[in-house]
Design a protein around this ligand. Sequence first.
Ligand SMILES: Nc1nc2c(ncn2[C@@H]2O[C@H](COP(=O)(O)OP(=O)(O)OP(=O)(O)O)[C@@H](O)[C@H]2O)c(=O)[nH]1
Ligand SMILES: [Mg+2]
Length: 393
Amino acid sequence: MKNMVGNFNIIDDIMHKTENEIKNIKPISIILIGKTGVGKSTLINRIFRENLAETGIGRPVTKHLRRITKDGVPIVLYDTKGLELNNEAQKEVLKEIFETISEGKKNQSNKEIHLVYYCINANSSRIEPLELELIEKLSTKIPVVVILTQSIGDQSKEFGQYIKNLNLPIYGVVNVMAQEFIISNDLTIQPFGLKELIEMSFQIIPDEQKRAFNNAQQVDIERKAKSARSWAFKYIASSFGVGFMPIPFSDASILVPMQLTLLAHITAIFGISMDKATITSMLAAIGGTGGATYAGRYIVSTIIKLVPGVGTIIGGVISGATASIMTTALALSYIEVLTVIAKSEKDGKYPDLKNIEKLMKEKFENRLKNSKKTSNDAEEIPGEKKSKWQFWK
Ligand SMILES: Nc1nc2c(ncn2[C@@H]2O[C@H](COP(=O)(O)OP(=O)(O)OP(=O)(O)O)[C@@H](O)[C@H]2O)c(=O)[nH]1
Ligand SMILES: [Mg+2]
């Protein structure tokens, strides 16, 4: 019971819960193949969060293969080098690649590779026979996407079309400019193609790895938000639906541990580099730093203040409907703030902690004020009973 009276650390709890959640996500594993300088590292850093190519830990697997991982990001990347060397070395690279793939396919190795990003510089306008052979052979083992990197102008598009016309057994060809390319003072090519690459990848990878991929990618932030929302709605519906026993307002803190689990799960779905300071700012916005009791009281007093109709039942109980409204507002505002953070992280910026707290408070209050609308949205989730919303009549 101690946990519920406020002297347990909410911040640590949510951090641990999030870490555990992420540990339980089955990682996605991708191998990047391509000659030196095509832009493999640049691509990795733009597609995935946390500048993985730079900040991840790279361990040599073989002479030409490096395995890149980072704590808290459920992805394993294999980076290859040496494809541009002499014939002898090339053969060695190929051998190492196929051995690593076979090794991963062994039962329980936990090293299975799910996808190949085969990178070719879009301006090279031809593929060597050895590369063609390699792509064909790879395709018999793992799905291959050919990425034409540093794509500029029509010529790169034509090269893409040329590769498509070869009818290779690959999943697709994508023209990409991973990072803004400055041609001159007044001419810059904006990044493009990454979203298409991400969508294609989602279609190819096994369902079991989709959570990991969504967590690790930073190209499509809305996709993260969407899957977090969809999970949260289901969780809330099943927690506060039929069978929820109303609790007295004074016991609102009973709900807090459950809400923390919800926030931790959302954080894990989203994938975001969260430190203690960020979590603290967000929870401070809802009274969380004072412990569960404070958070519980804060949330209840805010809902009484902001949600029309609730004020008339002070001294009453928190019904399933009220609990659902509170928790939905919490989940949705949290997801909104994570979206803002993720978008700025992607651009290498980080919002000020004071702003995060302010934003969280603002979004939470807005969500409560609009909770009638939100509750109607929630009603559309299959399996929810209409009677849950009698509270509002
Ligand atoms: N502007 C811009 N430059 C790029 C892009 N891709 C690659 N480059 C540049 O090309 C050079 C090589 O890119 P890397 O990402 O290091 O290439 P790599 O394939 O990792 O090379 P190795 O690690 O040597 O195998 C760098 O100077 C990059 O800045 C891109 O999409 N946009
Ligand atoms: Mg590199």
